[in-house]
Design a protein around this ligand. Structure first.
Ligand code: FES
Length: 417
């Protein structure tokens, strides 16, 4: 659709958008709460998430799910924050199941009990993805700033007991990547069916902590070799995925499979985005599901049409014979690293900004990077960072992580109902 940017022109002139060629969303990610008992240093929630406090109510979530399903969404991810902190989660799952979604719970496991997993099973939950921070109690608890390692192990056992496919997810970075063999052995002991070793991508909190988290090339190569050997060993028993980080690549990822093409994300307060961090992009007003229908948001809103097709691309990308492979990469990464979301994602070696990645790697190797304090994802730090941004105390790159004009919510609860 909109190869020439006609949807954006239609919106600007007040004409109806031609919906032909816009695919319906397939994946709906419901970030049902930003409350979280963990404080992960690589969290992908917006760094200014403490601007929000007013979570959608049960009825509002159910309306969002109905509207999403009516448009064709079939996969539902329930994430957060920690979705188990919503005590209406079972109700939301039951409605989603009735609507015909395949329902995934993306959780740290904190708040999962036998009674809850049983209730979720009865409500129709299909799939649980459990995150671990490391194979060692010390590093797991340090990275999340909590004492949760043993509890997570108990949740893993419950997941098996209730006959869910066991999906373990571990974000890799400089501080834990050398434990990849032990992480895989732990997953094997827990009888995981799938293990996702996702190298940290540098957005949000991970971007703030990039100097401390970016692994070296040698670390990455070694971790991949260990994973490949382990994959051979557990062939037929366990599936392993190793997601490479952008910073050592020459071509960008086709982020979200294209802007407004497959994924729709609804934040805790109902803001609807094409990816989880797009709220930082300047000059775009992202609609809220409280005010607008999901159908209008997906097909007709200026925000969702902004980067569809190639009408918005600069000449470098528009004329590139590889553009269909990656659609110019990630808009958020282009903005974070270059200050302009219409630039090519600098991961691409053809980008004039590609050197920024090598510079970031060099920065992370300096001795001072190892002693820099790490920022944990907490309400307090989110509030503090918004103040620092206002006071001009952050670097230009870090300032880009904030929605224009975001201010800390006066309400500390995040719930606001
Ligand atoms: Fe927002 Fe890639 S993360 S477009």
């Amino acid at each position: 659709m909109d190869r020439d940017g006609s949807a954006v022109k239609a919106i600007e002139s007040g004409d109806a958008v031609n919906r032909e060629g816009i695919n319906p969303p397939l994946w709906l990610l419901a970030e049902v709460t930003y409350r979280c008992p963990l404080h992960c240093v690589f969290c992908y929630n917006p760094v200014d998430y403490a601007k929000q406090h007013n979570e959608l109510s049960t009825e509002e979530w159910i309306r969002v799910l109905r509207e999403g399903r009516a448009m064709g969404a079939a996969q539902l991810g329930l994430s957060g924050g920690e979705p188990l902190l919503r005590d209406d989660l079972e109700e939301i799952v039951a409605e989603a199941h009735k609507l015909g979604y395949y329902v995934n719970l993306i959780t740290s496991g904190i708040g999962m009990t036998e009674a809850r997993i049983k209730a979720l099973k009865e409500a129709g939950l299909d799939h649980i993805q459990l995150s671990f921070q490391d194979s060692t109690k010390e590093m797991n608890d340090f990275l999340s700033s909590t004492k949760t390692f043993e509890l997570k192990s108990r949740v893993a056992a419950l997941i098996k007991k209730y006959d869910y496919p066991m999906v373990l997810n571990c974000v890799l970075h400089k501080l834990n990547i050398d434990h990849v063999g032990e992480i895989l052995e732990m997953a094997e002991r827990m009888e995981a069916d799938y293990v996702e070793l996702a190298n940290s991508q540098f957005y949000s909190w991970a971007f703030l902590n990039r100097d401390q988290l970016l692994p070296t090339k040698e670390q990455l190569v070694r971790a991949e070799q260990i994973t490949d050997a382990f994959r051979e060993k557990v062939k037929g028993k366990m599936k392993l995925f190793f997601v490479m980080p952008d910073y050592y690549s020459e071509r960008p990822k086709k982020c979200m499979n294209g802007w407004g093409n497959v994924f729709i994300t609804v934040q805790a307060d109902g803001t609807v985005l094409p990816c989880h961090v797009a709220s930082m992009l300047p000059g775009i007003e992202f609609p809220n599901a409280r005010d607008k229908s999901m159908d209008w948001i997906w097909y007709d809103s200026p925000a969702f049409n902004k980067y569809r097709g190639d009408g918005w691309m600069n000449d470098l990308c528009k004329t590139c014979d590889e553009k269909e492979n990656d659609l110019s990469g990630c808009r958020c990464q282009a903005y974070m690293l270059t200050g302009d979301a219409t630039n090519a994602d600098p991961v691409c070696s053809k980008s004039p900004h590609h050197h920024k990645l090598a510079e970031a790697v060099a920065e992370s190797l300096k001795p001072q990077a190892q002693v820099k304090p790490i920022v944990f994802r907490t309400d307090k730090d989110s509030r503090e960072l918004m103040k620092q941004r206002e006071g001009g105390d952050l670097t230009e790159e870090h300032r880009r992580l904030f929605e224009c004009g975001s201010v800390p919510s006066a309400d500390n609860s995040r719930i606001g109902q």
